[in-house]
Design a protein around this ligand. Structure first.
Ligand code: ATP
Length: 503
């Protein structure tokens, strides 16, 4: 695995996985563009998630809801009131920071002083953050007393009292910009699932328990986007809302935890690298009955959230439904006089209408990509003493499945045959097959090691019957990325050979 974030950032840029957004105009903080290989890896991760969670189950449906949503959706979801992070300003240079990020970035002795001033132990950082968030006036005093430094200037800052900062992007809809004509870019994909609950139930005749899966962009105006694609302002999520009868929720929560850990393992992110955080009661989001955060051990960053698996009780459908008071809701919800739909479903046993409980496994695509890259990243010393960087991606995630390489780029005979092999392989539907006629073979191998191409197929003079060994006519060399073993295979058997390896 990678040992630092820097080596990943450098590989991603060098080989065309990820670029800074709007780079030629100086870049835009918190926005990234996925390059030729990045888009393939990202699509493969999403496809693997969809396969496991939609196609391979019998209790799931898919959805692709719109990104811009009615302001009432985000009002009744609770986001207008509570989707905010505490922010502090340094009066000396007008820089703004997210309170917990600011404290986390301090030296250990400063963190200890802040923790003490808040009556907490520095060992339990989440408790320190909870205390800071809960007591703005005391927090401000604690920052001052501890001599908290500005990460930008390095000097002790002059800190304001923390204020909540709402992270939603608001946008005008239509030609008139007035007080009513706005919507929000969704801050999570989940709300599109809740607002379509009735549509999906009515159109598919689903009964409890069942889930709806969605992959898509979400937008959060993070105060301090940072750590490469770990914390961005335009992100992509893979979310499931799994609806079940009240009382069966705890059981489903455990099942989903297990299912998700096993999915991560299949993507090359082992359980041993994921810590399960059973989020303490006092740190739970207002809608949550219980939450497991999966904390992956990122290089340089340490354990940070890659996925949250929350038991959201009946909060969401209960918040968006009409006739709330008649439905015996368990969650405490704000009154809703705007919704025109009753979001119930027959209880599997009593057949009486019930607002189901929801288990929500929510993973970030960008954070998944970072973890997958990090686990695959390998630096090896070869027998000849040379070092190589190789991405040992699972074949189903590799951006390029096979590179077909003519040994000499200026020999039409070799290039034409390589192209025809490439075209045949492409038809197998394995993913991207690349004709690699850009330079010498050594460079090609090095490049394909670094981008994780599982197999290179080389067409040489023997292949076309012009080498020294006539028995090699109509055969090609297949090189294995991980073992470096080279094998001669008949062109006629190439498809079945690669299909078996890459399935
Ligand atoms: P954090 O505490 O790191 O800000 P969160 O608890 O706000 O994350 P959730 O609201 O639970 O995150 O979102 C679900 C998932 O979406 C996260 O587990 C993460 O993978 C992803 N995610 C959330 N915010 C971001 C972001 N700014 N950039 C990239 N991915 C994100």
């Amino acid at each position: 695995p990678a040992t630092s974030m820097e080596e990943l950032v450098s590989l991603c840029k060098r080989r065309g996985f990820i670029f800074q957004g709007s780079e030629i105009y100086g870049g835009l903080q918190g926005f990234y563009d996925y390059g030729p290989l990045g888009v393939e890896l990202k699509n493969n991760i999403k496809a693997a998630w969809w396969r496991t969670n939609v196609y391979e189950r019998d209790d799931m449906e898919g959805l692709d809801a719109s990104i811009i949503m009615h302001r009432q959706v985000l009002r009744h979801s609770g986001h207008e009131a509570t989707f905010s992070d505490p922010m502090v300003d340094n009066k000396k240079n007008n820089k703004r920071y997210r309170l917990d990020h600011l404290v986390k970035d301090q030296k250990a002795d400063v963190i200890a002083k802040v923790a003490e001033a808040m009556g907490q132990s520095a060992e339990n950082f989440p408790a320190v953050v909870a205390a800071l968030n809960a007591n703005p006036a005391q927090a401000s005093e604690a920052l001052r007393a501890a001599g908290v430094r500005d990460p930008f200037s390095g000097e002790v800052g002059e800190w304001t009292e923390p204020k909540p900062f709402n992270m939603m992007f608001k946008t005008t809809i239509g030609p008139v910009a007035d007080d009513e004509s706005y919507g929000y870019l969704r801050p999570e994909t989940a709300q599109g699932i809740f607002t379509n609950f009735k549509n999906v139930v009515d159109s598919t005749s689903r009964r409890l328990p069942f889930g709806i899966a969605q992959i898509g962009k979400a937008f959060r105006n993070e105060i301090t986007p940072r750590n490469f694609i770990f914390r961005v302002r335009e992100l992509e999520q893979m979310e499931i809302e799994f609806f079940c009868a009240p009382g069966t929720d705890e059981d489903w929560h455990e099942k989903w935890l297990e299912a998700r850990l096993s999915w991560w393992e299949a993507q090359g992110v082992p359980r041993s690298k994921i810590e399960i955080l059973d989020v303490p009661k006092e740190d739970l989001a207002h809608y949550s009955k219980r939450t497991y955060d999966l904390m992956y051990d990122y290089p340089t960053l340490g354990h940070e959230e890659i996925e949250g698996i929350a038991n959201r009780s009946d909060y969401d459908l209960g918040s968006h439904t009409k006739n709330q008071s008649e439905l015996g809701l368990v969650a405490r919800v704000e009154e809703n006089l705007d919704s025109i739909a009753k979001l119930t479903i027959p209880h599997p046993e009593t057949n009486k209408p019930v607002v189901p409980f929801v288990i929500e496994p929510s993973a970030g695509v960008d954070r998944a990509m970072l973890a997958v890259l990090s686990e695959a990243f390998t630096k090896e010393t070869l027998e000849n003493g040379n070092e190589r960087i190789v991405l040992k991606l699972k074949p189903h995630l590799a951006p390029i499945k096979v590179a077909v390489i003519p040994l000499a780029r200026n020999k039409a005979e070799l290039v034409d045959l390589a192209r025809s092999i490439k075209n045949d392989l492409q038809k197998l539907g394995l993913g991207r097959i690349l004709l690699e006629d850009s330079g010498n073979i050594g460079k090609a191998y090095r490049r394909h090691d670094e981008v994780g191409t599982p197999y290179c197929v080389t067409v040489d003079f023997d292949t076309v019957g012009k080498g020294e060994d006539a028995s090699l006519t109509d055969t090609v060399t297949i090189r294995d990325r991980d073992t470096l073993a080279q094998e001669r295979v008949k062109i006629s058997e190439l498809s079945s050979y690669l299909q078996a390896k890459l399935r």
